[in-house]
Design a protein around this ligand. Structure first.
Ligand code: ZN
Length: 426
């Protein structure tokens, strides 16, 4: 045991509650142990010498120690005088141990003498219900040192830990459709789930290939699967309340499936490269009257762009035409070259961290848009056209002339142009 670290025993809260209700004074525990980590999980427990009950909750079966061999009767639990927990606290803060007799005299019944040659974990309980207290000790014949008990709820919803500070209630009904689950999109999907979006619809026809993995949130173990199914299997266990719909479809070819999907979405996030796909997203979201956020990297990964297209303002095409008219560049055609596909034997220039950064910013723009609609005015974005310098290059024309890495520039909204096929009424 290290000087500033304490070994830990993990106990399922369901099991803890059951043991409290027994009113018994002691029992055995079977453990699975990682000695190097100083960690043990309780996998079976008994009331005195009665039959051992297994612990097999979904969480514990997912734990990395679950495949280890169980050590039978590796620990004991005791009901103790509450005073022992005060002593535990005092010793814990000062990193001190005590004589084993101090623990023994607080035990209310069934004391088993520890083995002669080593320490064993001893888990102690006092009180019950709201007042139940748990702690643990590493006990040998000579002495007892305090350790940690961590009670784990099997069905805990991790997002609930955010609730006092984050408006989960205004996001849990929201539907976000995300098109493109590549390098930027996979990062954005994780971030959206972690913000507590209620329903996420993932659209991407592609499978994960080996060359994608360096820039993707998915692991090599998922190579060959559709990106949407593998992302679903990654996100749902972590966010069990997330409703996740998957569409291994192509936005252009399957536009008739996309139209109703966009109509029941609160916002669409497009994280695809390809001029055609972006134009179709622009058009379909206009027709469905839903806001669209488009994310990509430009100029071989020099810049990231997050473009928000809301009803009432100009669209993607209007933005690009206005830029050309102002003497800037139209970055769209470069997008067809692809930055992560490797199919055109181009150097893959955008690094995964930069792509994840843009995915995170795009997800933030989506969530900010939804929250602003719900009256969270402080979530208003500074503009509609965000540019981020990832690896600035000289001589780009305004507004792309960002010079310092990490700089974010938000440009104001632009208007619809007359004759724009997407902005004109159908
Ligand atoms: Zn337009």
């Amino acid at each position: 045991m290290g000087s500033v670290d304490f070994p830990m025993v993990i106990l399922s809260r369901e099991v803890a509650v059951r043991m409290e209700k027994w009113g018994s004074t002691w029992g055995w525990l079977d453990l699975k142990v990682d000695d190097a980590e100083g960690l043990a999980i309780v996998v079976a427990f008994s009331n005195k010498e009665k039959v051992k009950l297994p612990v097999a909750t979904a969480w514990i079966k997912s734990h990395y120690l679950w495949p280890a061999d169980a050590r039978e009767n590796a620990a004991v639990w005791y009901r103790v005088d509450p005073e022992l927990h005060l002593l535990h606290e005092a010793l814990f803060h000062r990193q001190l141990g005590v004589a084993t007799s101090e623990v023994q005299k607080a035990v209310l019944g069934g004391w088993r003498s520890p083995p002669v040659d080593r320490s064993i974990p001893v888990v102690t309980l006092s009180g019950g219900g709201e007042d139940a207290r748990w702690s643990c000790w590493w006990v040998s014949r000579e002495g007892a040192s305090p350790g940690l008990v961590h009670l784990v709820d099997d069905d805990a919803d991790l997002l609930e830990f955010l609730r006092p500070a984050w408006p989960l209630g205004d996001l849990e009904d929201a539907t976000v459709t995300m098109v493109g689950v590549g390098s930027i999109g996979s990062a954005a999907a994780e971030v959206l789930a972690s913000y507590g979006i209620g329903r996420l619809c993932l659209v991407d026809p592609q499978r994960l290939l080996q060359r994608n993995v360096v820039r993707h949130r998915l692991e090599s173990s998922q190579i060959g699967r559709h990106k949407v199914t593998a992302m679903r299997d990654r996100l749902v266990p972590r966010y069990p309340r997330l409703e996740l719909e998957i569409y291994p479809l192509d936005v252009i070819r399957d536009a008739d499936v996309m139209r109703p999907l966009f109509e029941r979405s609160d916002i669409v996030l497009g994280a695809t490269d390809g001029v055609g796909t972006r134009r179709v997203l622009n058009h379909l979201s206009r027709r469905a009257a839903v806001p669209l956020v488009l994310a990509c990297v430009l100029e071989d990964g020099a810049l990231g762009e997050v473009l928000r297209i809301r009803p009432g303002y100009g669209c993607l095409i209007c933005n690009r035409e206005a830029l050309v008219e102002e003497g800037s560049l139209d970055p769209e055609p470069d997008l067809d070259l692809g930055y992560g596909t490797g199919t055109r034997h181009l150097p893959m220039t955008a690094a995964s961290g930069d792509l994840a950064f843009i995915g995170t910013l795009a997800a933030k723009a989506v969530v900010a848009t939804l929250l602003e609609q719900k009256g969270h005015w402080a979530q208003r974005l500074p503009g509609e056209h965000g540019l981020v310098a990832l690896r600035p290059v000289p001589d780009l024309r305004s507004p792309f002339d960002l010079e310092e890495t990490g700089g974010v520039r938000w440009n104001p909204p632009w208007s619809s142009r007359s004759g724009c096929p997407s902005c004109s009424p159908a």
